[in-house]
Design a protein around this ligand. Structure first.
Ligand code: OGA
Ligand code: NI
Length: 339
């Protein structure tokens, strides 16, 4: 099979035409400033009401925050990054065995975003894995590097626990019972995107991932500590999120925006590339069970606005998401608004 991935060992001195964004959609990197007030929440604080308050504040005003002292074993995190780099360092022949452009595949290596639906491609390769239940999916995962399955399963278990704790804080911060989100989402699915952004000769012309909101409930992102690239939209401006050692970036996805009746924001974010170093990120997505019915929580619809979104199942939502390109101006959730 032809090498369709970017991490193929081929050196590009300019980017192919199909990656070049129209003038109006380019990243304008010189206009992006560093975000100087990223909320950083210490989860080891014994003051739970304070954590809840900070989470609520961050979700309302930014839709994202970072957590430190989060309880995920730091050695497990380090191993996760190492094995991810090792994977992308494998020969292109080895990697192409896992290549697929079909979003319904539970294990696949792919490139860009949705190569068959998009007009312009993105400077990214990614390995996408379903991770829950582990017993079902691990046998399909890559067996090269040899430590991949163990390292990644271990990481997935820990990150899932962290996600559940954060969902409790989010529920409470909305004035709901701490198990509200957990109960509505059912037996949550878990997916992972291991994103690899090779050095790009013309980072001003393209994206690693263009602006988007995540379609799931909650995203736990491990950023490369040495190479930045994540930017979020804050009050209409893109700001760069400097990697913080031993932290995870947490962002609210569309499902929590819907559940919260729009009180919390599924944050717009994007990944930009650079000309010098490859960048890696590991995104873990917690998703509602397929048949979970997502609708705004009743107590949050009683302020006179009513429910701003109609009820839908996650299956319905997810199909809609993957039937489109990532759109810079409209979240998929807009399609589920009540009149
Ligand atoms: C994603 C994502 C950002 C990054 O995978 O959905 O937004 O920094 N990744 O790689
Ligand atoms: Ni994302």
């Amino acid at each position: 099979m032809q090498a369709k991935v970017l991490s193929s060992g081929i050196h590009h001195s300019s980017i192919p035409q199909s990656y070049i964004r129209p003038e109006s959609e380019r990243p304008r990197l010189s206009q992006v400033s560093a975000c100087d007030d990223v909320p950083i929440i210490d989860l080891s604080s014994p003051d739970r009401p304070l954590i809840v308050q900070k989470v609520g504040q961050a979700c309302k005003s930014y839709g994202f925050f970072q957590v430190i002292n989060h309880g995920v074993n730091l050695e497990a995190v380090k191993k996760m990054s190492e094995v991810a780099y090792e994977f992308f360092g494998l020969s292109v022949e080895e990697k192409m065995k896992l290549y697929s452009e079909d979003p319904s595949k539970t294990v696949r290596l792919s490139t860009s975003f949705n190569i068959n639906k998009e007009k312009v491609h993105n400077w990214r390769d990614y390995l996408r894995l379903h991770c829950y239940p582990l017993d079902t999916y691990v046998p399909q995962w890559p067996s090269n590097p040899p430590s991949f399955k163990d390292t990644v399963s271990n990481y997935c278990v820990e990150v899932r626990e962290l996600g559940f704790r954060i969902q409790e804080f989010i529920s409470e911060s909305l004035g709901l019972h701490k198990d509200y989100i957990k109960n509505v989402l059912g037996d949550q699915g878990q997916h992972m995107a291991v994103n690899y952004y090779p050095p790009c000769p013309e980072p001003e012309l393209t994206f690693g991932l263009p602006g988007h909101t995540d379609p799931n409930a909650l995203t736990i992102l491990l950023q490369d500590v040495n190479v930045s690239g994540l930017q979020v939209l804050k009050q209409g401006n893109w700001v760069a999120i400097k990697p913080q050692p031993d932290a995870f970036v947490i962002n609210i996805g569309d499902q929590i925006q819907a559940l919260s009746n729009g009180i919390y924001m599924s944050v717009w974010h994007r990944a930009v590339v650079n000309s010098e170093k490859p960048r890696l990120s590991v995104a873990s997505f917690l998703c509602p069970q397929d048949e979970a019915l997502i609708s705004p929580a009743k107590p949050l619809t009683e302020d006179g606005r009513g429910a701003i979104y109609r009820g839908f199942t996650y299956t319905e939502y997810y199909k809609k998401f993957w039937s489109r390109d990532l759109q810079k101006d409209m979240s998929c959730l807009e399609l589920f608004k009540n009149e």
